[in-house]
Write a protein that binds this ligand. Structure first.
Ligand code: PAF
Length: 283
């Protein structure tokens, strides 16, 4: 696997592949890689000739009360994992390369509508940080496709909207969430859970699945469905931030006419914030 830390180094490899008419899949990450990230790279590999992964803990998407300095950095293990699945190149830029004049002076990309709700309401400015770094990385790498996990469904929608609104020439691919045998979604945050919390966690997806089944069977009273799901999760020991049946396109509360839905949920389990979702396609 090639390793690049500067834009010019990275672009030499990319140009070489483009000269040989090889297609390129790009997966941006913040490192601390797990099975979920590997599945994104594998998805990219299944669609393109070459795969590139970036590892950059982006300071711009952390709020003032969020612990950027303590975000887990596991570069050696990350590189080993990428090598093991045959990733072609890892790009590991320094902050000074991407933000040469500091964070304050950089042009910001604010995606409208989708970024003030749900995780955007909980983390003001977060999605502007995400959109800005992703746009920069897409412009640097110039891939044919870029793969994002649907586990962070709102992030996937924000990036898709940015690419559409700004006419970027890249296909954004949403990749299905990796789950354990009980349906619990893989996430870097799972490492913070105790054994007891881990045994409770599969109830999140179970509740999503049951709600999705009820909608597929004709339930249109989404408010009642949401209320029951929240009661169930809270009684079990979660503190539910939101459980919301939305349009999969706009993330606005779904109406009975919407055909493509997503149920978004975020709960606190102890101090750990867990996100999950399920799509419901009514055809
Ligand atoms: O999902 C992430 O890990 C980050 O938000 C991303 C997309 C790599 C941007 O920093």
């Amino acid at each position: 696997m090639y390793q690049a830390t500067s834009v010019s180094e990275l672009q030499q490899y990319v140009q070489h592949w483009k000269d040989h008419e090889e297609s390129i899949a790009f997966v941006p990450t913040m490192g601390n890689l797990h099975q979920g990230h590997m599945s994104l790279i594998e998805k990219g590999q299944s669609l393109c000739d070459r795969s590139i992964c970036s590892i950059f803990v982006n300071p711009m998407q952390f709020g003032p009360n969020e612990d950027f300095n303590h975000y887990p950095r596991t570069l050696e293990e990350d590189i080993e994992q990428l090598e093991a699945i045959g990733c072609d190149l890892v790009y590991m830029p320094a902050a000074s390369e991407l933000y040469p004049e500091g964070l304050e002076k950089i042009t910001q990309v604010k995606v409208t509508d989708l970024t003030e709700i749900f995780e955007g309401a909980h983390r003001p400015g977060h999605f502007t940080g995400v959109a800005t770094i992703v746009l920069k990385l897409l412009n640097i790498v110039k891939p044919d496709i870029s793969v994002f996990g649907k586990k962070d469904f709102q992030q996937y929608r924000v990036i898709s909207k940015m690419v559409q609104d700004l006419n970027l020439e890249v296909d954004i691919i949403g990749s299905e969430t990796t789950r354990d045998s009980n349906g619990f979604a893989t996430s870097s945050r799972n490492q913070y859970l105790s054994e007891d919390q881990k045994s409770l966690a599969p109830l999140i997806y179970k509740t999503l699945e049951e709600s999705a089944t009820r909608i597929a069977e004709g339930e249109t009273n989404f408010k009642r469905l949401e209320k029951r799901a929240i009661e169930r999760l809270n009684q079990a020991g979660f503190e539910t931030d939101y459980f919301c049946v939305c349009s999969a396109e706009t993330l606005k509360p779904a109406s009975a006419e919407d055909r493509r839905l997503v149920i978004l949920v975020t709960v606190l389990l102890g101090k750990t914030r867990l996100l999950d979702n399920i799509e419901v396609d009514l055809g």
